[in-house]
Design a protein around this ligand. Structure first.
Ligand SMILES: Nc1ncnc2c1ncn2[C@@H]1O[C@H](COP(=O)(O)OP(=O)(O)OP(=O)(O)O)[C@@H](O)[C@H]1O
Length: 571
């Protein structure tokens, strides 16, 4: 069962690889099996009702209770079988819905992981967290409950109608008249419900994104005295979400009210007809001329059951609207677009490369078509082991160049070659990136340096980064959130120690490592970097003349709009 679903999920993914989206119309096979079991369970009510009506008829005819023992036994047996089929079907539906959700989540996460960190169009983290965590859960009730309910609603009423029609065409007509009005009204309401659900989920995502963003910048908000303005905006967004949620609830209540009204009318019409027929007031509407108590009771038992699948469908109608909106939101996370990282398939530590020379061949790159090129026709060769400073005016493209070496984006024209081949995940695993604000995980300083590597390398890495004193002071105590408690210089040293603890590193990319540091700390960081880069390639984008002077050579990058070539000069 699980395998079949998985195969189908793989087929989704295969079909999706061209479009970037899983095929939405395909339903896992297991969901169909679950719906079949639950439908079969509902059908068992027909023989149960027949047996009950038969027993009541016998009792009314004055037969002894012994004549109803066998029907009672069969009603009980059918009841147990019905409950079992329903429970097994429900469990299968739930399991398949969860598996389907996992497949869609994996697909969305894989697509997000491909998006480059330099892609400015990436969805906000708060929104992603809201869609992947909270909103995605709405897919489960939609698939597990709505899908089987829809199958039941399309099959069971028809069969029950045929059973009633076999006895009385008037009772069948009463049911038939009230039935189509229900799906019609529910379809009309459903379109509105889905629209409202999509808007509500979008508002939830927006509010989460806004909240996370502002929480991250709480210190800035406080220092610029913008607390009240932020709170006002938050209040307005929360109010908007409340309005949208109320709109969805209003529609949900409306759809239930419509169904109950028509179901009650249908059952009432049948009950009036059967009652007056049994009293002898009505003499038409049956094939046999007169309705018996057994037949009348059978029709009365089937009438509410006729509406039951529709009532069930109405109860999960809102799940459909919310579930489809959640699938849409998940799929939109999985959509291709924006800047993608080159080759995200991790191959583990790279096997031996010959010489990791880095070569730019006529490389041009722009972030999007609305912006000018960040690099134009750029050529250069950096040999393995060289220490190079990238210099140039702010906005000249130094960080962009580092990003292209790391394969965080492919160039639009030209080629970036390392060891004579385009950048891939293997060669990326030989690189360390040292930025101005390294990410510090929740945990101890040693844990942040090692990142699950062997403990043996810790001492040497800390010593190289001149972080041993700080590490001794912290001991096993966890660092504050986002590295709170570490100075900017110490956070940078931690990044250097991390790179030193990784034995596979051969290329170090450093983006303005000494920016915002005082002269003494900048000099210390410079020394640590040079120690780290011994027998390794070091490429530093910097405005720091002292750091640049310690490199073997400097590559000067022209200002934007006029970069035809890079000027290289020996130190
Ligand atoms: N993520 C991004 N999305 C869109 N445009 C970007 C992005 N990052 C940089 N740019 C643009 O690309 C150009 C080059 O930016 P880049 O950061 O590479 O310059 P830089 O030389 O490193 O500047 P600085 O010395 O100020 O750090 C600039 O015009 C910048 O506005």
């Amino acid at each position: 069962m699980g395998t079949a679903l998985f195969d189908e999920a793989k087929a989704h993914a295969a079909g999706a690889s061209k479009t970037g989206l899983p095929a939405r119309s395909a339903r896992p096979l297991c969901l169909r099996h679950a719906a079949s079991l639950q439908t079969a369970a509902s059908f068992l009510w027909i023989p149960q009702a027949g047996l009950l009506a038969h027993a009541v008829g016998r009792i009314a005819d004055g037969d002894g209770l012994s004549h109803v023992l066998w029907p009672a036994f069969f009603v009980l047996t059918l009841g147990i079988a019905k409950a079992l089929l329903d429970a097994v079907g429900g469990q299968i539906a739930l399991d398949s819905a969860r598996t389907e959700l996992s497949v869609r989540r994996q697909f969305a996460v894989a697509a997000l992981a491909r998006r480059s960190p330099i892609d400015g169009t990436r969805p906000a983290s708060g929104q992603v967290a809201s869609v992947l965590g909270e909103q995605a859960e709405l897919v489960v009730p939609y698939l597990a409950r709505y899908f089987p309910a829809r199958i039941k609603a399309s099959v069971i009423p028809v069969v029950m109608l045929v059973c009633v029609l076999a006895i009385s065409w008037v009772a069948a007509l009463a049911l038939f008249i009230s039935m189509p009005l229900i799906p019609l009204f529910m379809a009309l309401i459903g379109w509105r419900a889905q629209f409202a659900s999509e808007k509500q989920l979008a508002a939830t995502g927006k509010l989460n994104a806004f909240l996370l963003d502002r929480l991250r910048g709480l210190a800035t908000i406080r220092s610029f005295n913008a607390v009240e303005l932020t709170a006002t905006r938050l209040r307005a967004d929360a109010e908007d979400l409340k309005t949208r949620t109320m709109a969805v609830l209003k529609i949900a209540f409306l759809s239930s009210a419509v169904l109950e009204l028509f179901a009650a009318l249908g059952v009432a019409m049948v009950a009036v007809y059967v009652g007056f027929s049994l009293l002898g007031e009505i003499h038409f509407g049956t094939w046999s001329g007169k309705i018996s108590l057994t037949e009348g009771f059978f029709i009365l038992l089937l009438a509410p059951a006729f509406f039951e699948p529709l009532r069930e469908l109405s109860a999960v109608w809102h799940d459909r609207a919310a579930g489809e909106a959640a699938i849409k939101a998940l799929d939109s996370l999985g959509e291709c677009g924006g800047i993608e990282i080159v080759d995200t398939h991790s191959t583990g530590p790279a096997p031996g490369f010959d010489r990791l020379d880095i070569e730019f061949k006529n490389v041009s790159f722009r972030y999007d078509c609305l912006r000018p090129c960040a690099l134009t026709g750029f050529n250069c060769l950096i040999e393995e082991g060289e220490h190079v400073a990238l210099s140039g005016a702010s906005g000249a493209g130094k960080s962009t160049l580092l990003a292209l070496i790391a394969g965080l984006a492919p160039p639009q024209t030209g080629r970036v070659l390392i060891d004579g081949r385009p950048v891939d995940a293997g060669v990326r695993s030989t690189m360390a990136w040292i930025g101005q604000t390294p990410h510090i995980f929740a945990g101890s300083l040693a844990g942040n340096v090692l990142l699950h590597r062997h403990y043996g390398v810790l001492k040497e890495a800390l010593a190289l980064a001149r972080l041993d004193g700080v590490a001794a002071a912290y001991g096993k105590r966890p660092l504050g959130e986002g590295g709170a408690g570490l100075s900017g210089g110490e956070a940078l040293r931690l990044a250097i120690a991390r790179a030193a603890a990784n034995p596979f590193i051969r290329i170090i990319l450093a983006d303005e490592p000494t920016a915002h540091l005082d002269a003494v700390t900048a000099a210390e960081i410079t020394e640590s970097l040079i120690a780290l880069a011994s027998e390794r390639t070091l490429i530093v984008a910097t405005h720091d003349a002292r750091l640049a002077a310690r490199m073997d050579r400097m590559i000067l990058i022209d200002a934007p709009f006029s970069k035809e070539a890079a000027v290289s000069c020996e130190n």
